[in-house]
Design a protein around this ligand. Structure first.
Ligand code: PEP
Length: 223
């Protein structure tokens, strides 16, 4: 994975398919020249089938269940995500840990399942101790795992972590591909890539504003 990775986490937004299409099409139009960046849009599951004409954009899920199918009311399997065209999946986002009590062992199960169906897992952590133990994973599997360092105080608050502090954490994470997430905007995006040395960004709120998100992609292209 050599490209800078920019992930858009739309969370539970926008409210309608029409708005989702408009947002997607605006980002697609603004990113038709990207070369050095891989841009992944992670919408609510329900919009995935509508976002077929992807241009240079890739799709991801915001979650997924480890069993392939069965009596698990309300769940969507990682296999289903893959079959609908997703290439990535966010796992263990802090909002899932907080509101849905997702645990480290569930994160591990989801990671294994994602890899087995050919999805690249983006594992969100606020502490180094939340990173699963990869000692039983194959080298090729580890290469496809992305860690997103997301300090809790910075998620959705507008209080971004200083690039210096983020870099200190980055150096504690013994993994090749690490993203920063937490109140990223077009003004600070470049600092996390250049100054703090992250390989990409996980963007929440700012990914819902096409113009701002395109500026973030542009800063990654110039990186
Ligand atoms: C996120 O959703 O992971 C996130 C970092 O959100 P925001 O950019 O809004 O802080």
């Amino acid at each position: 994975m050599k490209k800078t990775l920019i992930i858009a986490n739309w969370k539970m937004n926008p409210k309608t398919t029409k708005e989702a299409n408009n947002l997607f099409n605006s980002v697609k139009a603004g990113s038709h020249r990207i070369k050095k960046t891989e841009v992944v849009i992670c919408p609510p599951f329900i919009y995935l089938p509508f976002l077929k004409e992807k241009g240079r954009l890739k799709l991801g899920g915001q979650n997924g269940f480890w069993e392939e199918s069965g009596a698990y009311t309300g769940e969507v399997s990682l296999l289903m995500l893959k079959k609908i065209g997703a290439e990535y999946v966010i796992i263990g986002h802090s909002e899932r840990r907080k509101y849905f009590k997702e645990t480290n062992s569930e994160v591990l199960k989801k990671t294994k399942s994602a890899l087995s169906v050919g999805l690249k897992p983006i594992i969100c952590v606020d502490k180094v101790s939340q990173i699963p133990d990869f000692s039983n994973f194959r080298k090729e599997e580890i290469k496809n795992i992305i860690i997103a360092y997301e300090p809790l105080f910075a998620i959705g608050t507008g209080k971004a972590c200083s690039p210096k502090k983020a870099k200190e954490k980055r150096l504690l994470i013994k993994h090749d591909f690490v993203l920063y997430g937490g109140s990223v905007n077009f003004k600070n995006a470049r600092d996390y890539l250049l100054e703090a040395g992250f390989q990409g960004l996980l963007v929440g709120g700012a990914s819902l504003k096409a113009k701002e998100f395109i500026k973030i992609i542009d800063s990654a292209e110039k990186n």
